[in-house]
Design a protein. Structure first.
Length: 589
């Protein structure tokens, strides 16, 4: 038997490792671009004492269905007002405070829902902390993760209630939680789905004593509270219409990184946290498999459903993490497993915590900037340039940055942002970014696109954040004599068209076009020196070297990318093409 004091000390150390690892993003600069359009929306709601029914702050109103626009602009209203008021009172420092609060509430939900050995729980929590830090706590979807955790506690608590009073409290709390959640974030539909699965599983348990069904009184209360939770969740601005937009069209899910599978993300980024997720997935499945003689239908259903959705779309990973930690802890704490499992899980928790401690330390080094927008991931400097120089006309902006830009540059309007649900608008945007589309009415597609929308300046990154490819738009703008690069930085570039309102800006700031790619190459060298595992930077460097005629250097850069992420699709294709080109031009052929 382990000495109680020594055991308590080990638990304290393991919990400290977990908190240090998971806490890094809480003291990092604000990175989520969607936070900013939510702040703007909350400000509008507060000032107008009403809910908007269409997209605001955009120069090209989308032709998306009205129900979709209304859902996007109203389904977060309560959280948006909370975040706006917090920001109005304390600036970004208050947003950081909300980060800590939401993270603490999620941890509280996990601790309250724990059933089993402390060492097993803390070992699982170490994996969970590494995974959860990839999901910024300032993002409004974090509210849904918290509500989800407490919903599982309430539903599970109906089984463990020890008196009629405690049973009634838990049953009553379910619909109260759902009505609040339904006005805070559209993710409450996940809660409805979980309740439906829970009720179905518990109903199936009633068919045979082997499944350990709920007592009749508890089962009846579960049914009543579940149905009540579903009904009161309709008391939100979108009522039943939420189900019309709950399933996004396939084209939209293909445009957003968080709707990609864990396999795709690992191919593109070689992200170690994906390995932690896969390990947690394996542990949850193994725990259920080891208890096959006494299967818990509810746990099996929850792990299967949240596991599938999280594996195929990383957006849903935090929901699975909550389920996996609670289920795996309970399963591995079975009497016949707990003695060995607690040693293995504690050791694994220490190992994974120490393995990721270096990344956490890097985040803590930036803690002095935690109440500022992340200048590497967001166009902070470029937005400041546009504001100070007063560029005229409508903007063409990077899709992912739209939320930040509409907040920062108002009353200027963005072309599109994370709220977009207009397929034609987005597909046209993608053709422009890739430098594709052919010609329209005798003009290149991008130029006709700009002409139609009165676009006279652009603010984008110069390479794609997922693939690493240099945007084709860069080549198109450089080839057009009426457009000039007027601002460059390691993460963003601004081009301006030579129209009367922008002429003075161009005269003051234009960069000679022949220097454009060499300047970007210098930026990439600095980025790589500061982050040697940044796969996309190597791909972008290779693409620029190709444009500058250095095939040998480009091949080395693409090969460097493959050493980090051996299945990176763009690097694989570029290396194959360059090697084939080299072979075909060899004197021996």
């Amino acid at each position: 038997m382990m000495n109680k004091r020594f055991a308590l000390l080990l638990k304290g150390i393991l919990l400290l490792v977990v908190l240090v690892d998971a806490g890094g993003p809480l003291v990092s600069p604000i990175s989520d671009p969607d936070l900013f359009w939510h702040l703007k929306n909350g400000e509008w709601i507060w000032e107008n004492h009403a809910l908007p029914d269409r997209f605001l702050f955009v120069s090209a109103p989308p032709s998306a269905p009205e129900v979709m626009q209304r859902f996007t602009m109203t389904s977060y209203w309560l959280t948006e007002v909370l975040f706006h008021r917090a920001h109005a009172a304390g600036g970004m420092g208050a947003i950081v405070g909300l980060r800590f609060l939401l993270f603490a509430l999620l941890l509280l939900a996990l601790f309250l829902g724990k059933e089993g050995d402390d060492f097993i729980f803390l070992g699982l929590l170490a994996f969970a902390g590494i995974i959860l830090r990839e999901f910024p706590a300032e993002r409004l979807q974090y509210v849904s993760f918290v509500f989800f955790g407490f919903l599982l506690i309430l539903l599970g608590g109906i089984r463990s209630a020890t008196s009629p009073a405690s049973l009634m409290i838990r049953g009553t709390a379910v619909p109260l939680l759902m009505v609040v959640w339904a006005n805070c974030h559209g993710g409450y539909v996940v809660g409805l789905g979980v309740m439906a699965v829970w009720l179905l599983a518990e109903s199936l348990k009633q068919l045979h004593p082997r499944f350990e069904p709920l007592p009749p009184a508890s089962y009846r209360l579960l049914l009543v509270s579940g149905v009540a939770g579903f009904l009161v969740s309709l008391l939100n601005p979108n009522t039943y219409h939420v189900f019309e937009v709950a399933l996004l069209p396939a084209w939209h899910t293909n445009t957003v990184t968080e709707y990609r599978s864990t396999i795709e993300i690992f191919q593109f980024y070689a992200a170690p946290w994906i390995l932690a997720y896969w390990a947690l997935l394996g542990l949850a499945v193994a725990g259920l498999a080891l208890s096959w003689r006494r299967p818990d239908l509810t746990s099996i259903a929850l792990v299967a459903i949240t596991g599938y959705f999280s594996f195929t779309r990383i957006r849903y990973i935090p929901f699975f993490v909550v389920v996996a930690v609670l289920v795996a802890c309970r399963q591995f704490s079975a009497p016949r497993l707990v003695a060995r499992a607690r040693i293995a899980f504690a050791a694994a928790g220490f190992a994974v915590g120490l393995l990721f401690l270096r990344e956490a330390a890097a985040m803590y080094r930036d803690s002095s900037q935690c109440a500022e927008a992340n200048g590497f991931q967001l166009p902070v400097a470029a937005a400041g340039f546009i504001r100070s120089e007063g560029l005229q006309g409508n903007m063409f902006n990077l899709y992912a940055w739209g939320g930040y830009l509409l907040w920062r540059l108002a009353p200027a309007e963005v072309l599109l942002d994370g709220r977009n649900s207009d397929r034609d608008l987005y597909e046209g945007y993608m053709l422009v970014m890739r430098g594709e589309g052919g010609s329209v009415h005798g003009l290149p597609f991008w130029k006709q696109y700009f002409l139609t929308r009165n676009i006279h300046y652009t603010i984008t990154s110069f390479f794609d954040g997922l693939s690493g490819e240099i945007h084709g738009l860069m080549d198109d703008l450089l080839a057009d004599p009426s457009w000039m690069p007027v601002f460059t930085s390691p993460n963003s570039v601004v081009f301006a068209e030579n129209v009367p309102g922008n002429r003075d800006v161009i005269l003051r700031n234009a960069l000679p076009k022949e220097q454009f790619y060499p300047v970007l190459l210098d930026y990439l060298s600095g980025i790589i020196a500061g982050n040697t595992d940044f796969v996309q930077a190597y791909v972008a460097r290779g693409d620029i070297l190709l444009r500058l005629g250095d095939r040998a250097g480009a091949l080395r850069s693409f090969e460097d990318a493959l050493r980090i992420a051996p299945r990176q699709p763009v690097a694989l294709a570029r290396v194959a093409s360059l090697r084939e080109l080299a072979a075909s031009s060899s004197p021996d052929r």
